[in-house]
Write a new protein. Structure first.
Length: 269
């Protein structure tokens, strides 16, 4: 009872059409109540799947089709997929942003952006995908990396209709598992249309970092100063140097060195 009112819990999912999947969903729901960790939740999912449905990042990229869904826990993981899954030709996948003529969050597959607020993306965060379905025969790839919230496992596994749709992407060959600060790179964003530049650092790949800047430039309330270069058009990201270090502080100090080297042309200042 809460405030004198009975609490009714609804456990039955009409989306689920597979008893094996329903059993896994029940296990995960109980695991949340029992206080299991995110890693233990992952292991429950892994044990429920045949070996052929537990794959690496590279295998996911090779198998992915536009009708499929990739669910990740963080935007950084999602940007990694977008950087490598953009097709060379044909249709692309877009997510509709706010203040668009189409519903916010809708996924559209089209050859060109359906509206100005459409952002090309090939993975969704689990949080942002709540309330949506993955209808068979489309597949659902769940990326297990950085799954910081154990409830994400339950949300992800309740999106498809059948257990056979689920593929668990494990980090065995993930490029994000290398020692973080040892992979630090200094970069610059330039445009042919302005002498201004933006200087930054990343521990990931340059295409992923560029995708993050492009997405961030659309957030008018809180955005990086890199938008001053991106808005000029024809922007590109270039490697300044590899700078292996041991901490964020060291990376920031080297970033400042490059910023001062570019002087007044750096929009960071």
């Amino acid at each position: 009872m809460a405030l004198g009112y009975p609490i009714t819990r609804y456990d039955f999912s009409h989306r689920c059409k597979c008893e094996a999947l329903r059993a896994l969903q029940s296990q995960l729901r109980d695991a949340i109540d029992d206080g299991l960790s995110s890693d233990e939740m992952r292991d429950l999912v892994r044990r429920a799947l045949p070996a052929s449905q537990v794959i690496t990042f590279e295998e996911c990229v090779a198998q992915y089709e536009l009708a499929d869904t990739v669910l990740v826990s963080t935007h950084a993981n999602g940007d990694e997929y977008t950087a490598v899954l953009i097709p060379l030709k044909g249709n692309r996948k877009y997510r509709i942003g706010k203040h668009a003529p189409l519903p916010n969050g809708r996924i559209v597959i089209a050859a060109t952006p359906p509206c100005a607020q459409a952002v090309e993306t090939y993975a969704s965060t689990i949080h942002g995908f709540q309330g949506r379905d993955v209808v068979a025969p489309a597949r659902l790839f769940i990326d297990s990396r950085r799954m910081f919230c154990k409830e994400h496992w339950y949300v992800a596994v309740t999106r498809p209709e059948y257990l056979s749709q689920i593929y668990l992407v494990c980090p065995d060959a993930s490029p994000l598992l290398v020692p973080r600060w040892g992979q630090t790179k200094m970069y610059v964003i330039r445009s042919l249309n302005t002498p201004l530049v933006y200087v930054g650092y990343t521990t990931g790949t340059l295409p992923i970092r560029m995708a993050q800047h492009q997405r961030g430039a659309m957030n008018t309330k809180r955005r990086c100063t890199s938008h001053k270069v991106l808005e000029e058009g024809d922007a590109r990201i270039e490697l300044l140097e590899d700078w292996p270090c041991s901490s964020r502080q060291e990376a920031m100090e080297r970033e400042q060195w490059w910023i001062h080297r570019f002087g007044v042309l750096a929009v960071n200042l």
